[in-house]
Design a protein around this ligand. Structure first.
Ligand SMILES: *Cc1c(COP(=O)(O)O)cnc(C)c1O
Length: 376
């Protein structure tokens, strides 16, 4: 067989303002280019400990069991569900967009009995509906919801939802893939038992790692399981020996060494900025973008009080060819924005202001590019 004549890949330079990945700062890419060492090397395990400490800061938690799962946000999601949901467990699952739908799928595949609370796409989860679901299903063991629904740009009141679950003695699983680092995520203050995020959204790292955190209540439920977790890779009982085996770390799988350098750097940068400042920066850039989008006549689909600063969903004029407009943004302006997903495909654009992408230059460039494709 002849060797294929293919040269090294040189990606084009883009400005990433979609639903993730976000722009990755040079400093993080440089960190990832440092020498690969063994994953059981003491220098590496020291870095793993630092990463856990940094993640606790990002999640605002004292949870010991806080670490990055080796896999994208979807693997973090599955890790939460396969460990916490035992066959026959009743789970109240809130669906107000694509990712709530994936939670539902996870509940079913884990053998759970789902009770679905539905809300319109583009709206927050309604706490009154969750309260009603617990009233009809007092035996529900878990409440699951998406804090920041990236498919629509709606943010739900996590504190209120978690309080309802607490009152009914249920555990809480929260998706904070898009919220972590961009808008307050207060795991301990809210009483969240299991949460998962992603490296490539407001943390501005490359995709492929999923920070997770588990409360003692969650760990107790996993330890008390009558049936083994059906996934060997995601079984927390086994992963624990790797990520928290103090001094006696044992092989479970080979950690993605260099991507973890990148996440470590991203988290160091978040700590340097201060998480409250990062939240404020996302908010400020959202305000600037919002003013410009409204001037262009683009309308938000989410009511103002329920809007995520880091994910702006707007409708566009009927005469605009969605795919052609986004292709023009990409080819002429090197700008990526997100298309609609699921039921909103072809109906909206999703403009992300996540992590390093949440800066004034990006907002200005995006507004200029949009004005051009809209003929303004
Ligand atoms: C992006 C995203 C995910 C999935 O993360 P991947 O890294 O793409 O697997 C899950 N939930 C939400 C809310 C997301 O925005």
């Amino acid at each position: 067989m002849q060797p294929p004549k293919i040269a090294s890949f040189q990606p084009p330079r883009r400005t990433l303002m979609g639903p993730g990945p976000s722009d990755v700062p040079r400093r993080i890419l440089d960190a990832m280019a440092r020498p690969t060492i063994g994953h059981l090397d003491p220098a590496f395990t020291d870095m793993m400990e630092q990463t856990k400490t940094l993640l606790r800061y990002a999640f605002q938690t004292e949870n010991k069991l806080t670490f990055p799962v080796s896999g994208p946000g979807s693997v973090g999601m599955e890790t939460c569900f396969v460990n916490l949901v035992e066959p026959g467990d009743k789970v109240i699952v809130c669906v107000n967009g694509v990712f709530g739908g994936r939670m539902l799928e996870n509940v079913k595949r884990s053998g759970g009995v789902p009770v679905v609370v539905e809300d319109a796409w583009g709206r927050a989860v309604d706490p009154a509906k969750v309260e009603a679901a617990f009233a009809s299903h007092p035996d529900a063991k878990i409440l699951a919801f998406v804090h920041a629904e990236t498919s629509t740009g709606a943010q739900s009141d996590a504190a209120a939802l978690a309080a309802i679950a607490r009152k009914h003695g249920a555990l809480v699983i929260m998706d904070c893939v898009t919220s972590l680092g961009g808008t307050p995520v207060l795991i301990d203050a809210w009483g969240i038992d299991a949460a998962y995020s992603g490296s490539q959204k407001c943390l501005s790292c490359t995709p492929g790692l999923s920070p997770v955190t588990f409360s003692q209540r969650a760990i107790d439920k996993v330890k008390a399981r009558g049936t083994p977790v059906q996934s060997w890779f995601m079984d927390l009982n086994l992963v624990l020996g790797y990520w928290s085996g103090e001094g006696k770390r044992t092989y479970h799988h080979t950690a993605p060494i260099n991507p973890l350098y990148g996440l470590h750097e991203a988290l160091v940068m978040l700590a340097e900025e201060g998480i409250e400042n990062a939240w404020a920066r996302h908010r400020a850039q959202h305000e600037a973008l919002k003013a410009g989008l409204e001037k262009l006549g683009l309308e938000f689909i989410v009511p103002e009080a329920e809007r995520l600063p880091q994910l702006n969903s707007v409708t566009f004029p009927e005469w605009v060819d969605d795919a052609a407009a986004r292709a023009r943004l990409l080819n002429e302006f090197n700008l990526e924005i997100g298309a609609g997903l699921g039921a909103l495909a072809g109906k909206i654009w999703r403009i992300g202001l996540m992590g390093a992408s949440a800066r004034r230059e990006n907002v200005d460039d995006c507004l200029k590019a949009l004005a051009a494709v809209l003929g303004k």
